[in-house]
Write a new protein. Sequence first.
Length: 621
Amino acid sequence: MYGKCGSIKDARKVFDDMPERNVVSWTSLIAGYSQNGLELEEAIKLYIQMLRAGPMPDQFTFGSVIRACSSMNEVELGRQLHAHVIKMEFGSNLIAQNALIAMHTKFSRINEAHIVFSSIELKDLISWSSMIAGFSQLGYELEALSCFKEMLCHDTYQPNEFIFGSVFSACGCLGQPEYGRQIHGVSIKFGLGGDVFSGCSLTDMYGKCGLLCYAKTAFNQIENPDVVSWNALIAAFAYGGDANEAMLNFSRMRYLESRPDYITVRSLLSAFTDPITLCQGKLVHSYIIKTGLDLDVPVCNTILSMYANCSAWKDAYKMFNNIQSKADLVSWNAILTTCVHHNMAGEVFSLLRMMLLSYNRPDNITLTIVLGACGKIASLEMGHHVYCYATKTGLNVDVSVINGFIDILIVGYAQFGYGEEALNLFMKMRNSGTKPNQVTLVGVLTACSHVGLVEEGWQLFNNMEEEHGVVPTREHYSCVVDLLARSGRINDAEAFIDQMPFEPDIVMWKTLLAACKTRNNIQVGKRAAENILQIDPSNSAAHVLLSNIYASTGSWKDVATLRSLMRQNGVKKVPGQSWIEVKDNIHVFSAEDDLHPERGRIYTILEELWLQMFDAGYVLL
């Protein structure tokens, strides 16, 4: 009684005062420790003491001690217990077998779990539920669906809400909404259409499959949605790219007095990925501060990433400074990624030094980010330092770090204009039997663009899903836009953008605009610039490129109008930036920079160089 009520100290006192103890006494106390998740080591100690005291464990004892072992994540101890179950001839007992399935699943030992499951002659609902959940959770989705189908063939078993939750989750991970819809019908047949647990998993499944309308319908069928159900719905719209609907359901959730939690706001923040949605992101940030959810570091990390995705790097940097004292590894990696994406490579190395002084230590992700920064500023010396650190810490064997050092050969060749070498390497890769991934094909498409192989690149893009099993992403579409635009097929590039299955991003329009400048195409260039400014009204690059197009065609009136509009809207050209590495320090300079501590000496040398140039006969234009 005390054990079930959570008063384990009182249970232990009664146990210690007993003059005689039998298997029930020992098992009751072991179960008390195991069920309450408190002092789990004590449950194991009691089990050993019980064996030494004489009473032999029964199936209930094994069920409790195995459950304690699972919670402790003691794999080797779990194997010993499994052997002891067999030795004590309880290997065919259902309670012990079900506990073993759950334990092996917890340890990610799916083969061992399935061996135990297959040995059960008369399975119960717990057996099926544990095995299906194990398959689903450990990435064996098809096996989970097959096990569920096998269960339905036995008329004696009626699946419950937890089993449906597992199979819906499997369908979501597979991206197979058709399977999910069929199983949805089965759940309604068994009267679980409005159950909160299965309904939550169903909402999540439709969301992961991109069927947002179905996700909303599934949610609306839940009789009493809890916070987890709301989180599933908000996450569906957030990750599906519908920020407005995600915000609307967030408001509904609060109106119906269901209190959002950390997961709610983190899912919602992921919906804001561009400057247009930044305002909504700031509103959510305000709500987070008001409710005290900003005390949670993962929430702060998500806010930081939101500002970075929305190109508000100053806000991201401010957010990092606010949490620096409690920043974790994710925080550091997020701000480092932000700096790399916003061409602040010099800042990456300053932050890395600060990170090394904190209690956080770089991991494989950190080193991959830093190597990307080394590549951006061509800092071979800093790259050597990173390599030494990776070797010292053992991270040099990590695949992502190794790839960071060589940046993927095909992509490297393509970026530096060695298109033919990249294509030859791609053929060598295919002949070796290595399957290309998304990044590989980005490199090959880039190579085709650089060497003018338009038809070959176009054919590769159209066949990449069928031949290589890679579904084209935004990056691949961007490569095709560059492929067409670079070859002078401006109108084809614009038509390609218009027929894409998703909204074009700012990179695609910038690619088209740059090509229009090269080809002096004012009409398409103007439309490209308008689309860029619709996404980001303060984008200086679009104004400057469009101004250069006007200037190259002698449209000076349009140039003056555009420059005047830039001044009115406060749009300034992003200053040029350069850097130099001196004695292991990266010095970064911006145009009209007056922040460098040795700026006086730098400008003095510059003036001397100007005078020497004038004396040599050069004229400033």
